[in-house]
Design a protein around this ligand. Structure first.
Ligand code: ADE
Length: 235
């Protein structure tokens, strides 16, 4: 099992992922962990990884291009096509079943966000978003460590027996944030929704509410009291 973790603070994970069962599994060659600095995949002198959100709003968003370049570089190194997953409070909930499924694979590319989120177009280049629970962390690094621990211990030989991951706390009636976009306005054929460039705040609000509802219905139908299908956030 090979893990590639992309972060603006890669060094923050080295200690945590060198200890205990994970450290032993690395030393024994059962798992490999590669930490990547997202700024190494920028192409400007300031090594910028964030920018202002289109349509206005508080805070900064992470740009799409450095993440996509990192994924492409990692996929060139890895023997097989590893799934890329964004750590995000807007993703489907990490549950035992998800961890067990990933543990059957060859590895994972784990992408760590920071700031107010990530340009939504990143989703066109990755295999999914995962949340470790219904709370917002300062960044994806801790969540990436959770994914490594939850999956590595289910990898044959690492712990030696299957075990269940503790279930997460839960709250209902919440909706997820709407998709967001930052520069550039066009990336590899993917454009920012027109309305966000319009400056019409009433329209932008309406768009965001609808898009947030659609995204919630898609990723977390349980939060809307909708029926959860197999393969949805619940499984
Ligand atoms: N980044 C911020 N909050 C997160 C969460 N709950 N799960 C995964 N990544 C996150």
């Amino acid at each position: 099992m090979r893990y590639d973790i992309v972060s603006i603070f890669p060094e923050s994970l080295e200690g945590l992922l060198s200890i205990g069962v994970i450290g032993q599994a690395r030393a024994a060659g059962q798992i490999e962990i590669h930490l990547h600095d997202l700024r190494d995949y920028t192409d400007d002198p300031h090594r910028m990884v964030d920018d202002r959100p289109y349509g206005g709003g508080a805070g900064m968003l992470m740009k799409v291009e450095p993440f996509v370049r990192a994924i492409e570089a990692i996929r060139e190194q890895a023997a097989t096509r590893l799934p890329a997953v964004l750590m995000s409070p807007h993703g489907r909930l990490l549950r035992h079943e998800v961890a067990a499924e990933w543990a059957q694979g060859d590895g994972l590319i784990l992408l760590c966000g920071r700031y107010e989120g990530v340009d939504e177009r990143l989703l066109s280049f990755i295999d999914g978003e995962v949340s470790i629970g219904d709370y917002v962390l300062a960044g994806g690094e801790v969540a990436a460590a959770v994914v490594v621990e939850a999956t590595a211990r289910l990898t044959p030989g690492v712990v030696g027996k299957y075990d269940s991951v503790a279930s997460d706390s839960f709250f209902s009636g919440q909706r997820l944030g709407s998709p967001q976009y930052t520069r550039p306005p066009e990336f590899r054929g993917l454009t920012v929704p027109e309305v966000l460039l319009s400056g019409d705040h009433a329209k932008i609000d309406a768009f965001r509410q609808r898009a947030a509802w659609e995204k919630t219905a898609r990723n977390r139908p349980d939060l809307l009291g909708l029926q959860v299908e197999d393969g949805g956030s619940d499984g």
